[in-house]
Design a protein around this ligand. Structure first.
Ligand code: NDP
Ligand code: MG
Length: 377
């Protein structure tokens, strides 16, 4: 039985992970679970009634409520350290996922990583740590899981391009001027995927694809100019690779995160995923170049990767602050890009690939973004 820890088990990724585990009785043993908000303790306790031995952590409270074993981020990190497990599924949203990723690897556990912020902010650090600890990092983001499988066993020198597909989000055809009036409720409605609030807004601004370009760049070590994005409205092709002979290879499946999560949980085995079955005689498949002018967050992601050093951390931190402000209706939809653009134009300390340096840039990017929103917007 594979021993599993599920972080963020009440979220979209976490709930899908728990569904997969329930579908395969006898294959997995749930060793520990985490969630954030006090209201989630009920769900944690419900899981505990099914998976009796599981330890429980709640990060958003200072003292553990009845039945919960660990509280706060420190508690979560202790839980990861003290719990024996083969693999940790990290479905925490935002940069809060970084320390749990590091702790998982430091304590010798493989990492099924949905939390793309870990790779965007600290990719080099965590890959070095995984190598040192002999642990495997399995990407769960659907595009990166697709690329991971497409690249498996292939000589990297034979690959000339990685193509990430993007649904285009709910405003794929909307002129920039019209985007200014978009409300959070509208932006939260994604046409193809059912996801958490932050990533749903990121899908609408294409910041999600921007983060994924950086994620792919850090994961697969191809130069940035060989990582491209195509809008593919049907979300049936999850990514493609072009080999040196100009052949294209793609991964096709119905848009359901169960496929990448299950493949990570069973890695290197493949088991049937009913929800992934795709009828190729269904809708016609289309591919278009994204309009980087209407979706500046995609452009800014490339810019931040080109700048390197602190810039991807700033891109991520400022976007998180701007998205939170948009959800609270403090700023407009198109101002998310304005915040990130302004932040990338400032100068930042070099994080020097250390955790302290990364945390400092992340903290500073949030502080300056908040100040910019307060003063300028
Ligand atoms: P959700 O918002 O649905 O869930 C987030 C989870 O993390 C919840 O369990 C939440 O607990 C917990 N959480 C929230 N804040 C904190 C914190 N500060 N510290 C610790 N735990 C916290 O997010 P998603 O499942 O949509 O996304 C999770 C990650 O996976 C993100 O990085 C996202 O980019 C990535 N991803 C998601 C995809 C999807 O389809 N949803 C696809 C590809 C990648 P609580 O419920 O108690 O608040
Ligand atoms: Mg994705």
């Amino acid at each position: 039985m594979k021993k599993v820890i599920v972080l963020g088990c009440t979220g979209s990724i976490g709930a899908s992970t728990m569904d997969i585990i329930a579908q395969f009785p006898g294959e997995f043993s749930v060793e520990a679970l985490s969630a954030h908000s006090a209201r989630s303790s009920e769900i944690l306790l419900k899981y505990k009634s099914v998976y009796g031995g599981a330890k429980l952590a709640l990060t958003g409270v200072e003292t553990p409520p009845e039945g919960i074993d660990y509280a706060g981020t420190d508690g979560l990190l202790r839980m990861i350290e003290e719990t024996g497990a083969d693999i940790v599924v990290n479905g925490i949203s935002g940069a809060a996922g970084l320390l749990p990723s590091i702790k998982s690897l430091e304590s010798g556990k493989d990492l099924a990583l949905a939390n793309k912020e870990t790779i965007v902010t600290a990719g080099d650090l965590i890959f070095a740590l995984a190598e040192k600890m002999g642990c495997t990092i399995l990407p769960v983001d659907s595009e990166h899981s697709a690329l991971f499988h497409l690249l498996m066993g292939r000589d990297p020198d034979t690959v000339s391009e990685l193509i990430l597909t993007a649904s285009g989000g709910p405003f794929v055809d909307m002129p920039f001027e019209e985007q200014k009036g978009v409300t959070p409720a509208r932006a939260l409605k994604h046409p193809n995927w059912d996801m958490g609030a932050k990533i749903s807004i990121d899908s609408a601004t294409l910041a999600n694809k921007g983060l994924e370009v950086i994620e792919a760049w850090k994961l697969f070590h191809l130069p940035l100019d060989r990582i491209s994005v195509l809008v593919h409205r049907q979300s049936l092709v999850h990514s493609l690779i072009r080999t040196k002979d100009n052949a294209l290879y793609g991964q096709f499946s119905s848009p359901d995160m169960k496929l990448p999560i299950q493949n990570a949980l069973f890695y290197p085995e493949l088991r049937p995923v009913e929800a992934a079955y795709t009828d190729l005689c269904g809708p016609a498949l289309t591919f278009e170049k994204p309009d980087r002018k209407r979706f500046p967050m995609l452009d800014l992601a490339y810019k931040s990767a080109e700048l390197g050093g602190p810039a991807p951390i700033v891109y991520n931190g400022s976007n998180e602050i701007a998205v939170a402000a948009f959800l609270k209706e403090e700023i407009g939809f198109t101002q998310i890009g304005e915040v990130t653009d302004a932040m990338l134009n400032l100068s930042w300390p070099d994080p020097q690939n250390t955790l302290e340096g990364i945390e400092e840039v992340d903290r500073l990017s949030r502080e300056r973004s908040l100040a910019f929103i307060g003063e300028k917007l």
